[in-house]
Design a protein around this ligand. Structure first.
Ligand code: UN1
Length: 504
């Protein structure tokens, strides 16, 4: 497969920026495309953390008393602009993050979906009324904005993860300070341009979304800032370990979505046609660079060989190359380091008794020397060794075998991470067992679909080293608000709770 010329990509970026309305390309951060490995020019000016937080706080003072349904209007306008510019923004995601066209567009669709969700939510931020033990008293809960929300995002979902957090935070009444990955400044510039248009159109403060470009030092200063009420960080467990104690130490609100080491159990009754397709999408899609990507296959002995043969055949014929071209299913890894990580994981797995079934080679190296395309790999493992228990961010799938479901579940849970999981089975008892209290210990547990590709309607996140946070749908909005318990006495007496008497 041929790759597009670098000039072609640069003019495509210019065209998308013109379409979206990004007026200035000046900045400090180098940006690059993993498609050719070439530079896309500078993007994003490094900002001042203190000034940014002060402006967010100022915006908060006005936004917190703006009625929530009016706050929803801003998110509705953002959703409209995203619909209008889906094509351009999706192409930019492909160019800067290397996603295939359909996944770049899918990421923008995910943004549109969360905007729709948040607009509805802006009229549903309701609390409870609770029966009071005292006569003439009303007990209730109310929910209130918290303050500036720092949103730290990773390269692999350069726009959707911002939108999950931003849409919820904004209707909840919290200004957003976005620290995007330093690998994807251009998509952040594009999103901010759309946001600023939405804010201007509805008359909302511009400082409701600000972008802080830069490296880890900027992120560290942001996280430590006492006026940042909420820190929502998506990325590696290593990053989470650095962020968590700092936020906890100042009693800030923390939402973490960190590493995953997601597995699928393939039971004897599994529909193998379905399983092969589900596994391939989850393990190979996005070049294995989703936090939800499938990394471990735990296959019943009776189906293992057939399954691995069919997967290997699919892997051998999967189209790898230019993510913008029709038909491509696997684009590039983000950079040289990502390729080195996959290669060294394959080495380690070999040393730990594994056997490479298919893939693992760097391909298209002649076409672009600083671009890293890898043939998706499957490794057969004798057991769940150390390397299998480590998250490697690429298209590398380990296969293990089981005989009894209890054994499969215990292999499944015996990793430090707890994000997403799945079982392929047509036995309802197995499916229910997998989702029960003694089943999968992950935040996401699926049946007959792979672990990746969640819809925004559900809460998204996971346990253990994944960090415990929940973003996106369901009642994840509660993480962006503070709860007050209110007791109202509408009687002429003052009865005390728990029957306490205090006559003065
Ligand atoms: C991520 O990789 O950080 O469930 C997010 C999924 C996507 C989100 C992934 N909807 O795979």
């Amino acid at each position: 497969m041929t790759l597009p010329s670098h000039d072609e990509l640069i003019s495509r970026v210019d065209a998308t920026f013109a379409g979206i309305g990004v007026t200035s390309r000046s900045g400090d951060l180098p940006s690059r495309t993993p498609i050719t490995g070439g530079s896309l020019g500078a993007g994003g000016a490094v900002g001042d953390v203190d000034k940014t937080v002060a402006a967010a706080h100022e915006a908060f003072l006005a936004w917190r008393t703006t009625p929530a349904p009016v706050r929803g209007n801003l998110v509705r306008r953002l959703g409209e602009l995203l619909r209008e510019h889906k094509d351009d923004l999706g192409a930019l995601v492909s160019i800067e993050a290397g996603k295939i066209r359909s996944e770049g567009l899918g990421e923008v669709q995910e943004m549109i979906d969360i905007c729709d969700f948040a607009v509805g939510l802006s009229r549903q931020l309701h609390g409870l009324t609770i029966a009071s033990e005292r006569p003439g008293h009303r007990l209730m809960e109310t929910w209130h904005p918290m303050g500036p929300c720092a949103v730290i995002t990773a390269f692999n979902f350069p726009v959707a993860v911002w939108s999950w957090n931003a849409a919820l935070a904004l209707v909840a009444g919290d200004p957003v300070i976005w620290k995007p990955s330093d690998k994807t400044p251009l998509t952040a510039m594009a999103c901010n341009a759309l946001f600023q248009r939405a804010a201007a159109d509805v008359g909302a403060p511009a400082a409701l979304n600000q972008v802080l470009y830069g490296g880890a030092d900027i992120g560290a200063a942001l996280v430590a800032h006492p006026d940042v009420a909420i820190v929502s960080a998506t990325g590696s467990t290593r990053m989470g370990r650095a962020v968590a104690p700092v936020v906890a130490g100042r009693f800030g609100r923390l939402i973490l979505e960190l590493g995953g080491n997601n597995a699928a159990i393939i039971a004897p009754t599994a529909d193998l046609d379905l399983a092969v397709r589900g596994i391939a999408f989850s393990a190979v899609g996005t070049a294995g660079q989703r936090c939800t990507s499938l990394r471990r296959l735990i296959a019943h002995r009776s189906v293992r060989d057939e399954l691995v043969d069919r997967l290997a055949a699919a892997y051998r014929s999967v189209p790898i190359g230019d993510p913008l071209a029709d038909g491509t299913l696997v684009g590039p890894l983000i950079d040289a380091q990502a390729f080195a990580n996959v290669a060294s994981a394959i080495d380690a797995a070999n040393q730990q008794g594994g056997e490479l079934v298919v893939g693992g080679d760097r391909v298209l190296a002649d076409a672009a020397s600083d671009a890293y395309y890898v043939a998706p790999a499957i490794m057969s493992m004798p057991a769940q060794t150390d390397i299998v228990r480590t998250e490697t961010f690429g298209p590398l799938l380990y296969v293990m075998t089981y005989d009894e479901l209890d054994e499969a579940v215990s292999i499944h849970n015996d990793v430090p991470q707890g994000l997403a999981s799945s079982i392929f089975t047509n036995d309802i008892r197995e499916a229910e067992r997998f989702m029960a209290a003694n089943g999968s210990d992950c935040g996401i547990a699926n049946v007959n679909i792979g672990p990746s590709g969640a819809e925004i309607g559900g809460a998204f996140g996971g346990e253990k080293e994944t960090g415990g946070g929940r973003e996106s749908g369901s009642d994840a909005w509660k993480s962006y608000m503070r709860r007050a318990t209110n007791t109202v006495n509408y009687s002429r007496d003052l009865p005390l709770a728990q029957g306490v008497s205090f006559d003065i």
